[in-house]
Write a protein that binds this ligand. Structure first.
Ligand code: FHN
Length: 603
């Protein structure tokens, strides 16, 4: 009886877990399909523009929307910033149209940021915009109507953890002037619960709620019980509304959380099988700052979006409109560029997914993938660095593509390619079809299998065999990371005989010359550096290394890593080959090894 009871209990647990996961997947499909959204940080702080009584935002590494807290502004003075607002010009529909033109599929708006000010007509707190505007404005309502009108999903940012207005809410000052959870609960029950109820009851469908507690709840004041109360309220009022992990619960501990939010401006590093998103700024601050200088280029913003999609992720890109609702030109320019790019390349982003290859295997860019209803698969090769040789090497798939074409070409005219083993070599026009990122489509009869664990031919036609593409990976602790400013590159230190192995694929019989980048501590040539492949081997004494200047005029000298020509290897036929490097430094001498470079010898 006990055994049966426990088995049933465990079974029920797993069935429940599975159901929760399936539900979460269903709910979040629109989100993963969308890939790209707009964040809007706009509130009283937008009227300060990063300046208070002639003093700039106090903590220079912080954000303009933190000015209330950072510059210790009194509440009655802070609200006076609303006098700077040009209410007749403020029209949330314009933001929606900007998002649409930029190819964004959803908006997340700061309904209440950390300053505690509600941008809707909140009955739960009179610290709200309707109370402070002549026409009793309700920006959430206006935005919700505009989103509905233009087919954009609406998400709302709600700062649940921090609230600088409510006396018993959390602000970082409370690290000094502590409060306990009972006091905090006054805020929670008086403001958070009623306000979230209003947001989910009075504005139609809210597609997601974006909370902003960037640390786990057990490291701060909010209790698990309070978070569950909030989560259950959302599920009750709008079961389809997505919840992000900055609620304070990770996806691992609660499968009912819909997507993971990475740190601010943090990009994806690896392929994930759950929904996730990078919140990103175009410059530094989220709220409007008149002192922005760190504008990211359109190309790098596009790269960031593509990078995330190629790892199954999303990106939400922020604008911080001014107190007259306008968006500064720098942001508009970039959004327009991205929007234009998405008009012709959206197929490679929306509903696209990660492909199975290692993200750094092919060095010319990133890959996204789409399975078509007819069973075919398209791979989208996002070429960041259009090869000057006119040939694009795509490694890793053994199946021959059925066709190749440039995504932006209306006629989808096939382009020439040849396929051998795991290498497709595509003939490209001399000029990149798009000045930012050009996309080549490879279409396959089915979902092509991929091959991992080898070093691919790079954009210039050689093979860089380094510490990251070894056949048997090294323990990360044995790799010495690049030094300050990267003046000493990533390397390993070898004091006694050591072997390293790589696999490469060559498409035909060839000779490859071999260079090695290293630094040897001997003061005369000694020890041995050997390279073996199937048919032949190379042996050479190590050349003593010199020093170089790490940073001019700083009396700072570092190891110089020089490239040494070792010889030539012959590859008698097409196929995979193992390259084995054997390093034998002399006693009490050290070899700092960086890479091998194999390059076709001139015929
Ligand atoms: O403190 C906030 C910040 O003002 C901004 O809202 C960002 C957006 O991700 N979230 C917090 C910092 O991570």
């Amino acid at each position: 009886m006990t055994k049966k009871f426990y088995t049933t209990l465990i079974l029920l647990f797993f069935v429940g877990l599975l159901q929760a996961q399936t539900q979460a997947t269903k709910r979040s499909t629109w989100f993963t399909d969308s890939r790209f959204g707009m964040f809007i940080h706009w509130g009283i702080y937008s009227g300060a523009e990063g300046l208070w009584k002639g003093e700039k935002l106090r903590y220079e590494n912080n954000y303009a929307e933190w000015i209330f807290y950072r510059n210790s502004i009194a509440k009655h003075e802070y609200v006076k910033l609303l006098d700077n607002f040009k209410w007749d010009n403020i029209d949330p529909e314009k933001w929606v149209l900007t998002a649409k033109k930029a190819g964004m599929k959803y908006i997340i708006f700061t309904a209440k940021h950390h300053d505690g000010f509600a941008l809707w007509n909140s009955k739960a707190s009179n610290y709200n915009i309707s109370n402070y505007t002549k026409d009793k404005r309700d920006i959430v309502k206006e935005l919700a109507a505009a989103c509905r009108k233009h087919g954009i999903k609406l998400g709302l940012y709600y700062s649940h953890w921090i609230d600088w207005e409510h006396p018993s809410a959390w602000s970082h000052d409370k690290e000094i002037y502590t409060i306990d959870n009972q006091q905090y609960d006054l805020y929670w029950q008086e403001k958070v619960i009623p306000q979230v109820t209003e947001l989910l009851s009075n504005y139609g469908n809210i597609s997601l709620l974006w909370f902003d507690m960037w640390i786990h709840h057990d490291k701060t004041i909010v209790s698990h019980k309070q978070l569950m109360q909030l989560k259950q309220l959302i599920r009750k009022l709008q079961p389809d509304c997505l919840i992000n992990s900055r609620l304070g619960l990770s996806l691992d501990e609660d499968s009912d959380i819909d997507f993971k939010t990475l740190n601010d401006n943090e990009l994806g590093q690896k392929k994930e099988d759950f929904p996730w998103q990078s919140p990103a700024t175009i410059a530094h601050s989220w709220g409007y700052s008149a002192y922005e200088n760190d504008w990211k280029s359109s190309t790098s913003l596009l790269h960031n979006l593509i990078n995330n999609v190629s790892l199954n992720g999303n990106m939400v890109l922020n604008i911080g409109p001014r107190a007259d609702g306008s968006i500064e030109q720098e942001s508009k320019d970039r959004l327009n560029t991205i929007g234009k790019w998405l008009e012709t390349h959206g197929e490679a982003i929306y509903q696209a997914q990660a492909f199975d290859l290692d993200k750094n295997l092919n060095d010319w860019g990133k890959i996204t993938c789409k399975k078509l209803k007819n069973g075919k698969t398209r791979l989208y090769l996002h070429v960041y660095n259009w090869p000057i040789s006119g040939k694009l090497y795509f490694s890793g798939v053994s199946e021959q593509p059925q066709k190749a074409y440039i995504l932006s070409s209306k006629a989808k005219t096939p382009i020439e390619f040849k396929h051998q083993g795991i290498l497709s070599t595509i003939d490209l026009p001399a000029e990149a079809p798009n000045p930012y990122v050009s996309v080549i489509v490879l279409e396959y009869a089915d979902y092509p299998e991929s091959r991992c664990n080898f070093a691919a031919i790079n954009n210039t036609g050689g093979y860089n065999l380094n510490l990251r593409n070894l056949q048997h990976p090294l323990s990360p602790s044995s790799i010495i990371k690049a030094g300050k400013f990267g003046s000493e590159p990533e390397h390993i230190l070898i004091k006694s005989t050591q072997n390293l192995e790589w696999q490469i694929y060559v498409e035909k019989a060839c000779h490859l010359s071999v260079d090695a980048s290293y630094h040897y501590t001997g003061n005369k040539a000694g020890g041995n550096i050997n390279v073996f492949s199937k048919e032949n081997d190379i042996k050479q004494a190590m050349v003593p290394g010199r020093q170089t200047v790490g940073e001019p005029n700083m009396n700072w000298h570092v190891k110089k890593f020089e490239s040494h020509c070792l010889g030539t290897l012959h590859f008698p036929d097409k196929g995979f080959y193992t390259i084995r490097l054997q390093m034998e430094p002399e006693k009490r001498k050290t070899l700092a090894f960086q890479w091998l470079w194999l390059f076709p010898e001139e015929q």
